[in-house]
Design a protein around this ligand. Structure first.
Ligand SMILES: Cc1cc2nc3c(=O)[nH]c(=O)nc-3n(C[C@H](O)[C@H](O)[C@H](O)COP(=O)(O)OP(=O)(O)OC[C@H]3O[C@@H](n4cnc5c(N)ncnc54)[C@H](O)[C@@H]3O)c2cc1C
Ligand code: SF4
Length: 433
């Protein structure tokens, strides 16, 4: 009989781990959410929803769009993640950048994994061929300011992209790669996916896990396992560990984002691929972005959407924040705030050069969606991919392992880490048998 592996979560890390582990194990993926459905509302309905002021609390976004979970920290930051098959990748903008510099500094060489990824995930800047006038003009504005803009590598098939601007609402064309493709592969190989199964804790006996307990509807169910791989994401994995008596570090990072917008008649950025290009700065990035969250939440972001143009700042924040089973504590440190202020000033300059009236720019909602860092890998863990706080047959394969904020798209790096975790985990089991 093959050994049994439970993978908790089906996002970037979980889907990758499940697909790789199914070669050695009988894999069951336990996923708290259900099947992913894109938001089906057209622009008119979204504008009516905005004008109704019904979405006064970010948690209410779940009502029309169950895959997206958003809530505000006591410090005022809105945290966003996906809860569905495919995890947060389903509501990502498809950016695919290799960002493993800090891991390499620890001694972790992921070249082999990234070579595999190149063969498995289509990544290109071919979307550039379809850029609308607004994007081309913004690119020129970035360029004139010496910001060295680069077309963003996107995961997916550019020829199928219709530049509809709905990447974070769920790609209606299937042009954007998301982790559901890896979940499908895992299922084809024999893995099982149990949806609406929210893992609460590990069941531990003598320093090892015998399985997990998950909440499924009104019931709690025990799922036995020989190996457990936690990939519930930066907000999901720490509560499971904490409930199992294993503490996580108060080193949460989230890559905070602020979009500064201005008004320019019929700019139609709302119908353009999100984040078409990027400018890398010291500790933050700048990229054009129509921010649907700010559009829904902020009264200053007045309808109609086609008249708004935004540029986002995404910073690599300090590793200072906590995730517990009941709350997330996260705000901006003084260093983070300084980076954000520098970015805001640059966004204003860009928008001015683009043609937005001076003094007529306004910030959006401070939000974040790249959580991680509470079970950080150290140089000592690189060989085993197994932080010593974990029980012997429990692994983590998500952003929680990242040692510091990337301030950049993390999916590809998480996929690479999860591939390595799965490989090491399979080797360990082979040795033990
Ligand atoms: C709006 C937005 C746009 C983004 N765009 C990009 C982008 O373009 N490129 C990029 O690289 N990154 C992007 N990101 C970030 C990226 O999507 C995430 O960092 C990445 O998906 C995290 O991978 P993960 O495996 O750690 O967790 P996730 O992908 O979040 O997966 C975790 C999964 O675990 C499930 N889960 C949670 N708790 C439990 C539990 N107790 N039991 C069972 N299941 C559980 C969740 O439902 C979820 O499906 C974006 C994020 C957001 C919010
Ligand atoms: S712009 Fe539209 S078609 Fe293109 S990737 Fe985004 S959601 Fe898909």
């Amino acid at each position: 009989m093959r050994p049994r592996a439970i993978v908790v979560g089906s996002g970037a890390g979980g889907a990758t781990a499940a697909r790789a582990l199914q070669e050695t194990f009988d894999v069951a993926v336990l996923e708290a959410g259900g099947a992913f459905r894109p938001l089906s509302f057209d622009l008119g309905t979204i504008e009516r929803l905005k004008r109704s002021h019904l979405v006064f609390d970010p948690r209410l976004i779940r009502v029309p769009f169950p895959a997206t979970h958003a809530r505000r920290t006591p410090q005022g930051m809105v945290l966003v993640n996906g809860s569905c098959v495919g995890g947060t990748t389903t509501i990502a903008t498809g950016n695919g950048l290799r960002m493993d510099g800090d891991l390499r500094a620890l001694g972790l060489d992921l070249d082999e994994e990234f070579e595999e990824i190149e063969r498995e995930i289509p990544i290109s800047t071919g979307h550039r061929r379809g850029w609308h006038a607004t994007t081309r003009h913004l690119f020129d504005a970035f360029d004139e300011l010496g910001l060295d803009p680069m077309p963003m590598p996107k995961m997916g098939e550019p020829d199928r992209c219709r530049h509809c601007g709905r990447c974070v609402l769920g790609c209606p064309e299937g042009a954007k790669w998301d982790a559901r493709r890896f979940v499908k592969d895992a299922v084809r190989l024999g893995a099982r996916v149990v949806t609406r199964s929210k893992v609460e804790r590990l069941v531990l006996e003598g320093g090892a896990a015998t399985g997990v307990v998950a909440r499924e509807g009104l019931w709690r169910r025990f799922h036995p396992a020989d190996v457990v791989v936690l990939a519930a994401g930066g907000f999901g994995t720490p509560p499971i560990l904490e409930r199992s008596g294993i503490s996580c570090d108060p080193t949460l990072f989230v890559d905070p984002v602020l979009t500064v917008a201005g008004r320019r008649s019929r700019a139609w950025q709302s119908k353009e691929i999100e984040m078409p290009f990027v400018a890398q700065r010291d500790g933050f990035i700048l990229s054009p972005y129509f921010d649907w969250l700010s559009y829904l939440m902020e009264p200053t972001w007045e309808a109609p959407a086609p008249d708004l143009v935004g540029v986002m700042i995404k910073i690599a924040d300090s590793s200072a924040g906590t995730v517990s089973p009941t709350s997330v504590q996260k705000g901006l440190s003084p260093v983070d705030q300084a980076r954000m202020d520098e970015g805001v000033a640059l966004c204003r300059e860009i928008l001015l050069r683009f043609g937005v009236e001076d003094g007529k720019t306004f910030p959006g909602t401070l939000n974040a969606g790249h959580p991680g860092g509470t079970v950080p890998l150290t140089a000592a863990d690189v060989g085993t991919m197994h932080p010593s706080r974990l029980p012997e047959n429990v692994y983590v394969a998500d952003a929680s392992l990242l040692p510091s904020a990337l301030g950049n798209p993390p999916i590809l790096t998480i996929v690479a880490i999860a591939k390595r975790v799965a490989r090491v985990c399979a080797e360990q089991v082979a040795v033990a048998r």
